[in-house]
Structure formats: structure tokens, C-alpha cells
Design a protein around this ligand. Structure first.
Ligand code: SF4
Ligand code: SF4
Ligand code: SF4
Ligand code: FES
Length: 569
């Protein structure tokens, strides 16, 4: 289809929006309420353009191109209107925004600020709207500051379109419109899964994680405490981004060095307990498979997924693996085993987790799990601490993890991506069930960013049907099919976030599909480059069983490494 953009002719595919066509012509139109991959909402009007023959400016995200369309993207009229729209948005964005920008947690990733600068808004001529709405601190994971909300609706669409959880809604009309929850309840009192996808999509500081930074500094500065830190698999492929490094840069060694400079006494790897999780969960699967236990087995390491099933599908709770997540297993092993090794009471040992996930903050506080982990920092919070300390992250020489929880395998590394837990579990389950070495260890059918992946593998002549699901919206669809008897599996991996933990709610913003692909490729590179690629071959895990746990699923393992779940209304 022929169209004209700023007087130049372009050949464009049918059925795309003006915004997408203009992007193909390498021109950027500012957007606020638009989110790639979701239906346009057309609320902010910042993306307006001139279209010949149209009496009014049209929102480019919500209107499709047509044959011969003549579009002007940056005419004087368009630029003036955009500046006025932005002034109106800023004027309604809390009375003390100019001051807040100094302290706003999203200051370095605030799209509102960036776009205002890009479109040339240098002063606000419109009197600010005097509004103050109380900040919601009720959630363990997410803080909501409605005063900073610009009512773009992106959180509403992230929560409903991606996650099918529907926590947010618009209320009131016209200039009084606000975004709120059911009955204006706090986020800690509704069915929120703490996944943080609303935070990832919020263009302002109206949604952010609950910060644990001050608590971590206090622990580090307390001479009475031994502070150990664990780092999740997906953090190392994203932490470089806030320091200007390409998404997917593997910065494991720099991260370890930075954590030592921050003052942590020992730097350990959550990948160690990812290997331990596979041994425990794999053994549980084998037991259920052989003895006729509840199948399909559902993985249990994504706390957003756990809260989702507890609220929405309690009838499926017996399918969940009882194995704690790697974060919680690490905390339990540190407090029950490592503290003893150090000869200190467990109260003196502080466990800090670096996670790509906001739901991990909720997980550490669950009554069933409380006490294993003391603080959870997101990837973004760790970047803030490194910057606050003046550490030149990009130029740090690589350092190695401490023993004994620094020895890990490639199977653990892939926990960071959708399909990774399943692939790691299959590598172990196959060898244990058959007693033979698995020669082809890459289960490519479960890889990639597709929301649902299915495969069938044969072990000892029996077919095992597996599925891998990411996002809660896709989980809901699959569970409904299972309820209706449309599909049957033996083992299903569920992850709450797009692409798995690489797209977690605590990762650097933005986490576009392009960024996710780069992070995913880096995770598989770590696996390929690992000397050991099967969890049950991890010598440090074997030693932990010899010295402390006995055997997989033993009584002590059940006591400290397993948990239970509760139906939540
Ligand atoms: S949301 Fe953006 S504009 Fe508002 S206070 Fe924070 S940094 Fe400033
Ligand atoms: S954290 Fe997740 S479930 Fe909760 S409101 Fe945000 S997107 Fe919805
Ligand atoms: S909370 Fe954020 S994403 Fe949601 S409507 Fe307000 S500004 Fe938009
Ligand atoms: S980005 Fe198009 S109307 Fe908001």
C-alpha cells in the first residue's frame, strides 16, 4: 500500500497503524498510553498526527493507514498540540512533581520526563491541579503512588491483557478520572499476584517496588551480622543495562565484584539451589510418576504463579510441587546449615537475595516461608546501590563466587528463562529413570518466548507429555483447558512473567521483546559454556546431601526445603 509520510512516498504493508507505519519509516512519534503488543487505548492523544482530509488531528496508535494516506508527523501544528497535551498531563501529575523528580524512584526510567524533554516542553504554563491521593503501602511487593498517576491505563492493560488478573480499573469521569482497585482496597488486600508487570509498564513513578535498600545497608553496616547475598539466574544478563551495557551482556563476574565492594561478607549463587530444587523436584516427579501420585506435577518456583493459583484455582493446589523455590531453599540452607558451619546462631546470619522479581518480596514474607530470607533487592535496586556507592560497574574486573554455594551447572542457569526449569528437570529425571547417560541434552522444543510450548518425550518406553507456560493469562487459558479435559500432561512448568524471569517485574525497564530475546540468548550461552550441565552432577549439591540432607526428599529435606500452599479467597 502506498502512503505519504512528510511528503515522501512509502510502500507499507496492509492493516497496520499509522504509528507502526511511521516507525517503519524511521520516524519516532511520542506515545504514552500505547504499549507494543497490546490493543491501543487512544487515551493520551500524545501520538497525534495530521492526516490530509481529516478535520482534526488523529491518534496514530489507534488509526490504521489507508491507500494514498498523506501524513504529517511533526508539523508546527502537531508539535504545538503535543506540547499542550504534555503540559496538561504534567499539570495533573501531582502538585509537587518538580520537587518529586529529585527523589522519585523512577526518575531515571520516567517516560513522562523523557518525552517532555524530547518534544520540547521547557515550562508548564497551565496551573497545576491540586491533587493528593494517599500512597498505598499495603503490599509486600508494590507501592502505588496515585498522585503521580497520569491515568494512561497501561497498568490496567498489563494486568488484564498479559496476566488476566484485573486488579486495576478506571473510576470517575472526565478530569476526575482515576485508576484504582476494586473498592479502592490496598494492593496487599486484593488478589494481586505481586508479579510487577504493572510496574514494568507504568511510564511514571506511580507504581514501583517496595524498597529494601535501607534495610540491606543497615545489615551490612551492623558489625554483629554476617551478611550473605545470593544472585538469581536472570539478574546477570540484565544488570549491565542500567550502566549502559547492551541487553544480554553477561556481567556475572562484575556483579560478584560489585557485591563484594558493597560490603557483603559472602557472595553466593542462587543457581546452586536451583540445582538443589531440580534434585528435589525431579525426585518428587519420579515418585509421583512411578507410584501413581497426583499428576500433572506443576512447578512451584514462581511466586506470582503460586499466588495466582492459590486465588484462582485452589482445586489444582495438590498438583503443585512442594519444593520451595531456589530463593527460599537458599535461605533455608544458609540458616540451617551454613550458619552452623560458621558457628554462629542463625539470627546473626542475614540472607539477602538479588532477584529479577517483585513477587519474591512477597514470597519471603509468606507465613509458610518467613524466616529463610531477610531482604530481597530487585535487579533495579541493586543497580541503584551500585550507583549510590560510586562503583564503576562497567570497568570492574571479574570476580568469582564464594564456596561452597558458588558451584553451579548450566541446568541451573536456564532457570532464568521460560522452559528452563522443565529442561533442567528432564535432564535429571531422564538419567535417574533410565540409569543411562542423556546424550542429547538440549530440549529445544521448550525454548523460546511463545506463551505455551508443548512436547512429548519418551523415557523407558513411556511417553511423557509436558507443557511450558509463561504469563498468567496463558496459565489461566491452559488451566481452563485442563479443567475441561481438553489437554492432559504429566509435567507443566508455569512462570508468571513474559519469557520467564528474564522478563520479571524487577528487571531493568524497558523489557521489550527485543530485550528479552537478548537476555534469553545470553542465558543459553551461559549453559553452553558450563562445564557441568546437569543439576544432579553438581558436586557441591552432592556434598550437601552427604553432610546434611541425607538423600533427596529425606525427612530433613522435607522439613527445610519443602512447603505447602493455601487457598486464598
Ligand atoms: S514520575 Fe517522572 S515526572 Fe513524576 S516525579 Fe517521578 S520522575 Fe518526576
Ligand atoms: S503486580 Fe501483577 S497482578 Fe498485581 S496489579 Fe500488577 S500486574 Fe496485576
Ligand atoms: S499507575 Fe502508571 S500505568 Fe497505571 S494509569 Fe497511572 S501512570 Fe498509567
Ligand atoms: S499513545 Fe496514542 S493515544 Fe496515547
Amino acid at each position: 500500500m502506498k502512503i505519504y509520510i512528510n511528503n515522501r512516498e512509502y510502500d507499507m504493508p496492509q492493516d497496520i497503524s499509522i504509528l507502526d507505519a511511521v516507525k517503519k519509516a524511521n520516524i519516532k512519534i511520542p506515545t504514552l498510553c500505547y504499549v507494543e503488543g497490546m490493543d491501543p487505548y487512544g487515551g493520551c492523544r500524545l501520538c497525534v498526527v495530521e492526516v490530509e482530509g481529516s478535520r482534526t488531528l488523529v491518534p496514530s496508535c489507534a488509526v490504521k493507514i489507508s491507500e494514498g494516506m498523506k501524513i504529517k508527523t511533526h508539523s508546527e501544528k502537531v508539535r504545538k498540540v503535543r506540547r499542550t497535551i504534555m503540559q496538561l498531563i504534567v499539570a495533573s501529575h501531582g502538585i509537587s512533581c518538580e520537587l518529586n523528580c529529585l527523589t522519585c524512584p523512577k526518575a531515571t526510567s520516567c517516560e513522562l520526563k523523557t518525552i517532555a524533554e524530547e518534544i520540547g516542553v521547557t515550562k508548564i504554563n497551565i496551573p497545576p491541579v491540586e491533587k493528593y491521593l494517599p500512597t498505598d503501602f499495603s503490599s509486600y511487593s508494590i507501592v502505588r503512588e496515585p498522585t503521580k498517576c497520569i491515568v494512561c491505563g497501561r497498568c490496567i492493560r498489563a494486568c488484564s491483557n498479559i496476566q488476566s488478573v484485573n486488579i486495576f480499573t478506571f473510576a470517575n469521569r472526565g478530569p476526575n478520572t482515576i485508576v484504582t482497585t476494586f473498592m479502592n482496597e490496598g494492593m496487599g488486600n486484593v488478589d494481586c499476584t505481586n508479579c510487577g508487570q504493572c510496574v514494568m509498564n507504568c511510564p511514571t513513578g506511580a507504581l514501583h517496588e517496595v524498597y529494601h535498600i535501607d534495610g540491606v545497608w543497615n545489615a551490612i553496616n551492623d558489625p554483629e551480622k554476617v551478611v550473605v547475598v545470593q544472585t538469581a539466574p536472570a539478574v546477570r544478563v540484565a544488570l549491565g543495562e542500567p550502566f549502559g551495557m547492551e541487553p544480554g551482556t553477561i556481567s556475572t563476574g562484575k556483579m560478584v565484584a560489585a557485591l563484594r565492594l558493597l560490603g557483603f561478607d559472602k557472595v553466593f549463587d542462587t543457581n546452586f539451589t536451583a540445582d538443589l530444587t531440580i534434585v528435589e523436584e525431579g525426585t518428587e516427579f519420579i515418585h509421583r510418576f512411578k507410584e501413581g501420585g497426583k499428576l500433572p506435577l506443576f512447578t512451584s518456583c514462581s511466586p506470582g504463579w503460586i499466588k495466582f493459583i492459590e486465588h484462582n484455582y485452589p482445586e489444582f493446589l495438590p498438583h503443585l510441587s512442594s519444593a520451595k523455590s531456589p530463593q527460599q531453599m537458599f535461605g533455608a540452607v544458609a540458616k540451617h546449615y551454613y550458619a552452623k558451619k560458621l558457628g554462629i546462631p542463625k539470627e546473626k546470619l542475614i540472607v539477602v537475595s538479588i532477584m529479577p522479581c517483585t513477587a519474591k518480596k512477597y514470597e519471603m514474607n509468606r507465613p509458610e516461608l518467613a524466616g529463610d530470607v531477610d531482604f530481597v533487592l530487585t535487579t533495579r535496586e541493586l543497580a541503584k546501590m551500585i550507583k549510590e556507592s560510586g562503583i564503576d560497574f562497567k570497568n570492574l574486573p571479574d570476580e568469582k563466587y564464594d564456596d561452597p554455594f558458588g558451584i553451579t551447572t548450566g541446568a541451573a542457569a536456564i532457570f532464568g528463562v521460560s522452559g528452563g526449569v522443565m529442561e533442567a528437570a528432564l535432564r535429571t529425571a531422564y538419567e535417574i529413570l533410565t540409569g543411562k547417560e542423556l546424550e542429547k541434552i538440549d530440549f529445544v522444543a521448550v525454548r523460546g518466548l511463545n506463551k505455551v510450548k508443548e512436547a512429548e518425550i519418551e523415557i523407558n518406553g513411556k511417553k511423557i507429555r509436558i507443557a511450558v507456560v509463561n504469563t498468567l493469562g496463558a496459565a489461566r487459558k491452559l488451566l481452563e483447558k485442563m479443567k475441561n479435559g481438553e489437554v492432559e500432561y504429566h509435567f507443566v512448568e508455569f512462570m508468571a512473567c513474559p519469557g520467564g524471569c528474564i522478563g520479571g517485574g524487577g528487571q531493568p525497564i524497558p523489557s521489550t521483546e527485543e530485550v528479552l530475546i537478548k537476555r534469553m540468548e545470553a542465558i543459553y550461552d551461559i549453559d553452553y559454556d558450563s562445564k557441568l550441565r546437569k543439576s544432579h552432577e553438581n558436586p557441591a549439591v552432592k556434598k550437601l546431601y552427604e553432610e546434611f540432607l541425607g538423600e533427596p526428599n529425606s525427612e530433613i529435606a522435607h522439613h527445610i526445603l519443602h512447603t505447602h500452599y493455601v487457598a486464598r479467597s
